[in-house]
Design a binder for this molecule. Structure first.
Ligand SMILES: Nc1ncnc2c1ncn2[C@@H]1O[C@H](COP(=O)(O)OP(=O)(O)O)[C@@H](O)[C@H]1O
Ligand SMILES: N[C@@H](CCOP(=O)(O)O)C(=O)O
Length: 301
């Protein structure tokens, strides 16, 4: 059987009020080439080499094996060459990209011949929420929801050329832990406020209205509760609206922060502003990137 190539972008979910519904694809990637082999091997370069190359308890291989077994297909061993640009456990969608890769490789090497939408649905079911997976697979700003056990998703190419920065602290925060700090239920006032803001945010993206991003990214559903496990958020949030910084939101479940930046902003001054607001409590890496509007690459070699 021919090999398979994947290129999956990082994603920043929620963008404030779009909890479990919105995510934005960004221009740093998980890249994979795989071919049939006598045994499972993963050669990794890039970020988190050790975690990504362990063959046992590996999210990529576990997903691959689970899909093949549940679909009564043979578990074909594969050799994977991975270039990983997505930091693990940092709120940049590494698990969503890896789940999609595992399902896509299973479909390819198991001869399942799944359509792209079926791959997205299977990966989203395993991930538990469809926001990162949909943006990773479709690119752009993705709006995703469950329709029963199917994912309905639409991708919007933003109407303006905004730039993006991920501000990433040193220590990762597993998404599971960051979801555990959220309440079970919300007041009607908070639910309505989030609905209003997420609708405004989606329209602001479609029309490229950077002037609306600061107000439209306000959130009552997850950020207020996650501040205590994501201390960079309260430090950087006051920067929204200053010097070309259009919005400041928790990236996914954190601990990183997504800052959307006007296309004309001076990036050196923006970086200095972020560094000085972050202070010296812990080192913060800034990843400058753009919005990836193209869908993920999934092709035979
Ligand atoms: N390329 C990869 N190879 C192996 N495991 C991965 C890979 N990417 C992600 N993971 C697994 O997913 C976990 C991170 O997922 P999660 O806590 O949801 O954070 P995030 O998706 O924001 O990076 C890692 O600790 C690791 O177990
Ligand atoms: N909507 C999810 C998004 C998690 O994204 P991740 O990149 O942190 O895995 C949430 O907020 O929990």
């Amino acid at each position: 059987m021919r090999g398979c190539r994947l290129r999956l972008p990082a994603t920043s979910a929620n963008l404030g009020p779009g909890f479990d519904a919105l995510a934005l694809a960004l221009s740093f990637y998980l890249e994979i080439e795989a071919e049939e082999s006598d045994e499972f091997v993963i050669d990794v370069s890039g970020r988190n080499r050790e975690l990504c190359s362990a063959v046992k308890n590996n999210l990529l291989l576990d997903t691959y094996t689970e899909i093949l077994q549940t679909n009564n297909a043979p578990v074909v061993p594969v050799k994977v060459r991975m270039v990983n640009g997505i930091p693990l456990g940092m709120g940049c969608g590494s698990s969503a990209a890896t789940r999609l890769a595992g399902v896509a490789l299973a479909s390819h090497f198991g001869g399942l011949k799944w359509e792209r939408e079926r791959i997205l649905t299977a990966a989203s079911l395993l991930e538990g929420h469809p926001d990162n997976t949909a943006a990773c697979w479709h690119g752009g700003l993705s709006v995703a929801c469950w329709h029963g056990k199917e994912v309905e998703a639409i991708s919007i190419t933003p109407g303006a050329r905004w730039k993006a920065i991920i501000a990433m602290p040193a220590r990762p925060l597993p998404t599971r832990e960051s979801r555990a700090v959220l309440p079970e239920s919300y007041s009607r006032a908070d639910a309505v406020a989030n609905l209003q803001h997420v609708a405004l945010l989606t329209a602001a993206f479609a029309q490229g209205r950077g002037d609306l991003l600061h107000s439209a990214t306000q959130d009552w559903m997850h950020q207020p509760y996650r501040e205590r496990v994501c201390p960079l958020l309260p430090l950087l949030a006051p920067l929204a609206g200053r010097d070309g910084l259009l919005s400041v939101t928790l990236s996914g479940a954190g601990p990183s922060i997504l800052l959307l930046v006007d296309a004309d902003a001076d990036m050196l001054s923006v970086r200095q502003l972020i560094d000085s607001a972050a202070g010296e409590s812990e080192p913060v890496e800034l990843i400058e990137c753009t919005i990836e509007s193209a869908p993920a690459v999934y092709e035979s070699l």
